[in-house]
Write a protein that binds this ligand. Structure first.
Ligand SMILES: Cc1ncc(COP(=O)(O)O)c(C=O)c1O
Length: 469
């Protein structure tokens, strides 16, 4: 134990040693000074509390006599296990509230990545370089928008891979999409009505509700967001995942993209928030340009994250603001510090600058494509199951024709320690079209275990294999 901080009153009628004895005793009984902890030496505690050593000696002596502490010769004083002392009023312990997470043998949840393929040694090398005397400046607070050098790397990456036009000055880095969406909401101000994809990313919905703003669900079909429904609504801001709709996996078709940009251009207060969370992994056809790259009227706020492309625990995401919204950003946020530690930003910047990020994406794209191929090969053996949303990302949608609905199938899987969610979980408003849909994330499952994982699940559901297998 380093020290014991107690507030003692020199003017009280109880002597100081008694006050100290009482304070330590209370700490031992309520567990804040744990069993077997070494107490500070008499001299050190006397210096720290500015008391005489005799005062400490008297307090420790009393605790010793009553069995709260023991003395080990030449080592010091240690807290005793007082559970057996009959004269102690034990505190009522509040039961542990931390929920115990269910244990899954197979986890098809969409947030998981392939952790085994992470380039640990390269990352470690850059981490070592960052934590070095040469990098003393990283100990000081950095730019509120995030490291300029990292923003330069992001701007260049976005231009090359997503056609996004921006200057590093338009990029704001923060610790995750969930931390950046509230900032975007504040930049856009009050009295907005947000259109959200239904089904959609629940985090956005929660944040908009928490900020007391109105939101409207808009239906999704095979071409992505139904822009005609948006046009008929009161919404002036739309949040979309056009490259790989979360969770259906639909890709916003070219005519819908044009229609959406048209919609935004009709009124000054209309904006599109484009969440491009997993577009790095596209398996079929040529890359689809971002909406931001097609926008000539400063209507798109582009948002993306490193949670899928690198790791969700990194907590680094960013948005790109249209130039005309920059003054509003500066007015609101320049006085805050960037929420991502500078060391992490520096490591990521070096990783990108030396070409490792692109290399990592190319490698991961191959790995995820192989997993997807394995997955589809096994699934297509079965009757009554359809796949959609497989062109990109790390999850697909399954439609299962079955006497049980998707919610019941998910529950049955959970009871067998398999995690797979019904797509209805992501609905903001009921939509019967999704009664038989489930969301299957494959990023975190080893390639060689995919066949067995799917077979186990489908056998549990008693699905039949097709005639051709
Ligand atoms: C639609 C969508 N956007 C963004 C994210 C990433 O969020 P964050 O950057 O907070 O990890 C996810 C995560 O899975 C997602 O599904």
């Amino acid at each position: 134990m380093d020290m014991l901080m107690f507030e003692l009153d020199k003017n009280a009628k109880e002597p100081l040693y008694e006050q100290l004895y009482e304070a330590i005793k209370r700490g031992i009984i309520d567990g804040s000074i744990p069993v077997e902890k070494k107490l500070p030496s008499k001299r050190k505690l006397a210096d720290f509390l500015m008391l005489s050593q005799t005062t400490i000696e008297l307090a420790y002596g009393q605790l010793l006599a009553e069995g709260y502490i023991v003395s080990k010769p030449r080592i010091g004083f240690f807290v005793e296990d007082i559970a057996s002392l009959p004269y102690i009023d034990k505190p009522v312990l509040v039961p542990e509230t931390k929920p115990t997470a269910p244990r899954y043998d197979i986890d098809f949840s969409p947030g998981r990545i392939d952790t085994a393929s992470f380039p640990f040694s390269t990352w470690r090398r850059y981490a070592k370089d960052a934590i070095d005397e040469q990098q003393q400046s990283l100990l000081l607070a950095g730019s509120a928008q995030g490291e300029y050098a990292l923003r330069e790397e992001i701007a260049s990456y976005l231009y090359q891979s997503r056609g996004v036009h921006c200057r590093p000055e338009q990029i704001v880095i923060g610790s995750g999409t969930e931390q950046l969406i509230p900032m975007i909401l504040q930049i856009l101000g009050d009295y907005n009505v947000y259109a959200l994809e239904n089904p959609g990313y629940q985090m956005t919905h929660h944040i908009i509700e928490q900020y007391g703003q109105r939101s409207l669900p808009i239906r999704i079909d095979a071409d992505g967001l139904d822009v005609s429904e948006l046009e008929m609504s009161d919404a002036n801001i739309v949040y979309v995942t056009p490259s790989h709709q979360f969770p259906t996996g639909a890709i916003l078709s070219a005519p819908r993209r044009a229609q959406l940009l048209q919609w935004a251009s009709h009124q000054g207060n209309r904006y599109i928030i484009e969440d491009d969370y997993d577009s790095e992994f596209r398996y079929i056809g040529k890359p689809i340009p971002s909406l931001q790259s097609m926008d000539h009227q400063q209507k798109v706020i582009y948002l993306s994250t490193f949670s899928k492309s690198l790791m969700p625990s990194l907590r680094i995401a960013y948005f790109v603001l249209p130039e005309k919204l920059m003054p509003r950003y500066h007015a609101l946020f320049t006085y805050y510090t960037c929420t991502v530690p500078r060391f992490e930003q520096h490591i990521l910047m070096q990783f990108m600058r030396d070409g490792h990020f692109s290399k990592h994406l190319n490698r991961m794209r191959k790995i995820y494509r192989k997993k997807l191929e394995k997955l589809t090969a096994v699934i297509t053996n079965y009757e009554a199951v359809n796949i959609s949303g497989e062109q990109a990302g790390m999850h697909i949608a399954l439609t299962v024709t079955h006497p049980q609905n998707a919610q019941q199938l998910s529950k049955q899987a959970k009871d067998a320690h398999i995690r797979i969610s019904p797509l209805s979980q992501y609905l903001l408003k009921d939509d019967a079209r999704y009664a038989q849909h489930l969301l299957l994330g494959f990023g975190g499952i080893d390639e060689e275990k995919i066949s067995q994982a799917i077979t186990t699940l489908f056998e549990l559901w008693q699905l039949k294999k097709g005639a051709n297998t």
